[in-house]
Ligand binder design. Structure first.
Ligand code: SF4
Length: 174
């Protein structure tokens, strides 16, 4: 039996700069995932987990995913259709983990994401807003929370930031 049976997707543009090409989404679910989070933490290899705020953050096909007991956040979406597709994939994954819970050893330990200030040091610091955030610091904060993705900063694709990008990716490899 599926744990999450129904859900509603709330799509939003990055709040600071309407018109940004990347969308985010909040998925409201009809189940309480609080007890499942340690099992997700036990099953996922690359993830960050905070038992105090009951949040687990991981990536799925380049999308930042943050799961909390009653909602799932999705980042780095091209459009509404992609939001719906990614939401379905994440929900299928969570339902799959719930279905095989008995075979997974739950992990209750905290696994911290990089601090926003560590991320900020590696950003271009131009505050160009191309990522949809007002400042590089705002982007760093959102990245630490799993609400955006490294790819959302187009400047990091420039050749002169190649090393910074590699160092940022290494930070998130954990
Ligand atoms: S796109 Fe990159 S450089 Fe520009 S504001 Fe966002 S984080 Fe900073």
């Amino acid at each position: 039996m599926e744990l999450i049976k129904g859900y509603e997707i709330e799509l939003f543009e990055p709040p600071c700069l309407p018109g940004s090409p990347r969308w985010g989404a909040k998925v409201h679910i009809d189940a309480d995932l609080a007890d499942l989070l340690p099992y997700l933490n036990g099953a996922l290899k690359k993830r960050f987990y905070d038992p105090n705020s009951q949040t687990i953050v991981f990536k799925l096909d380049g999308h930042g995913i943050a799961v909390r007991p009653r909602e799932i956040r999705l980042g780095n979406l091209a459009d509404k259709e992609e939001g719906e597709k990614v939401a379905r994939e994440v929900i299928d994954f969570i339902n799959e983990i719930a279905g095989k819970k008995d075979t997974i050893t739950p992990d209750y330990t905290r696994k911290e994401p990089p601090k926003a200030i560590e991320i900020f040091k590696l950003l271009p610091k131009t505050n160009c807003r191309k990522c949809g955030q007002l400042t590089c610091m705002a982007f760093a904060t959102a990245l630490a929370k799993g609400e955006v993705d490294i790819d959302d900063c187009p400047e990091l694709h420039e050749e002169n930031y190649k090393e910074n990008r590699e160092r940022l990716e290494a930070l998130f490899m954990g």
